[in-house]
Design a protein. Sequence first.
Length: 567
Amino acid sequence: MNETTYGLLALLPIVLAGILLIGLQWSAKKAMPVVLAVTAVIAIFVWDMTFNRVSSSVIQGLIITISVLWIVFGAIFLLNTLKHTGAIAVIRAGFTNVSPDRRVQAIIIAWCFGTFIEGASGFGTPAAIAAPLLVAIGFPALAAVLMGMMIQSTPVSFGAVGTPVVIGVNKGLDSTTITAQLLQEGMQWEAFIQLITSQVAIIHAIVGTFMPLFMVMMLTRFFGKNKSWTEGLRVLPFAIFAGLAFTIPYALTGVFLGPEFPSLMGGLVSMAVVVTAAKQGFLMPKTHWDFAPKAEWPAAWLGKLVIDDVKKELETVGKKISPVVAWMPYLLVALLLVCSRVFVEFKAVLTDVTLSFSSILGETGINAGFSPLYLPGGLLLISAIFAALIQSNKPGGALSAAFKDSSKTILGAGFVLIFTIPMVRIFINSGVNLSELMSMPVASAELFANVFGSAFPMISATIGALGAFIAGSNTVSNMMFSQFQFEAAMNLQISPTILIAAQAVGAAAGNMIAIHNVVAASATVGLLGQEGATLRKTILPTLYYVVFTGIIAMLAIYVIGFTGPLV
C-alpha cells in the first residue's frame, strides 16, 4: 500500500465516528464501542501492532479515563453541593436586578457568570445554569438556550479547571517521543505545554473579546420585535468592555499561571467589574431593549420551565446564606489551585499520593499515572466538603444528595469515555509496530499536509471543531487530534505549538454545535424538539470562531514568522 492509502485507513476510525454519529444518528454510547473495535482491527491487521501493545494502550486509556472522570466528578460534585446548600440560588439572585435591558442581562448572566461556571465546572454546566436563570427573568426558552450555548466557546479550552489542556492536549500527544526531541533543544515537557497554553489563551482573547457583542446581536436579530442586528450593535461599547473584562485577565493568567486558571480568574474579574460598571451606568445604552410581549412569542420559543417555581426558590433559599459565604467555596478552589501550582512544597505534599504505571504489560513508552489530590478533582472535593460545612445545617445530607446527583452524571459520561480514550491511545501508540510503519497520526497528517499544503493552519481550528462535534467533547477532540496537528506541523516545518493551540481553540468553538450540549441545555428549560433550530443559529458563531482562528494561525506563522520549538 502507498502512503495515501495508509493515510486514508488511519482516518477511517474518525470518519466512521462521523458517519455513525451524524449520518446514522447513533448515540455515542452505541457508536464509540464500534469505533474502538475498528481501530483495534486496523492497528493489528494493517499497522501490524502486537495484540499486547494494543491491550496495553487500552489499559493506558482506561487509566487516563479515570483521571478525566475524577476531575469531572469533583467539578460536578461541588456544583451539586452548592445547589443543595442553596448557594447557587444566592449566586444567581445577585445577577437578576442589575439592569432591565435584556442585552445587558444576557451579557452579565450568560457571559460573565457563565464563563466562571465553565472555568469551575465545565462539561455543559454553564448553559444548564444560565439558561433557567434567563428564563426566570423573562427570556424566551429558545433565546436562553442560544445564549447558554454561545458562552461554550472562549472559556471552554480552560473549562473544569483546565481539563481540555491538562488532560486533552497533554494526554493526546506522544509525550515520550516529543520530550526526547525537546530535550535536544534544552526544553522541558512542562514548558512546551505552557507555551501551548499561552497561545491558546492569546488566540481566545483576540477572538473571544467580540463574543458578548455577537451574543446580543444574535439575540436582537432572532428574538427581537424588529429582527434587527443593529439593535444589538447599539450596546457595542458595553459589550466590548465586558469582553475585555474577561479576556484580559484570562490571557494574563493563561500566560503566567497555567491552564487551570484562565476561565476561573477571567470569570471572577469580569463579574466584579462588569456588574459594578452596569450598576453605575458605565457605557450603558441610552434606551432599554426588551422582547415583544409574551403573547406574541411563537410557540417554538416556549419551554415548560415553571418560572414561578424558580423565582420562589430564589426568594426563599436566598435568605439563608450571604453572598460572601455562597462564593467562598469557589474562591477556595482558586486559592488551592494557585498554591498547588506555585508553591513547590505544597505541590510535593499533594503529589506524594500517586499511582504510577510504567511500561504497561511490558510495553516500553506506554505509561500512565494518577495523582488524586494534585488533580483538580481532589481540590474540588475539598472545596465541596468545605461548602457543606459552612453553608448547611445538615452537611451530611447535602453531600449525600450531591454525591447521588453527580454519580448519575459520571455514569453517563464514563461509559462513552471508556471506549473513546482507549481508541485515541491505540491511535497514538501505533508508531511501534512489526512492519515499522509510521504511526496513524503521522500517516493521516501527511495526507492532510499534502492536500492542503501551506494552507493547513487555516483548517486546524475547523478540525478541532469537527472533533468536538463528533465526540461531543472538546477534551476528547484534543486527545484525538493534538498529535495529528503536531505531525502535520512537523511535515510542513511550521510551529507545532501554533497548530495545537488552533486545534484547542477550534475544539472549544465546536462545543457550540455539540448536539448533546444543545439537548442538555434545552432540557433544563423544558424545551425539547427545537435542537435543530438552535444548531442552525449556533453554527454562525462557530464559523466566526474557526475562520478567525485560522486567519490568526496563518498570520502568526507566515507574516509574523513565529517558529517555536522543534522547527
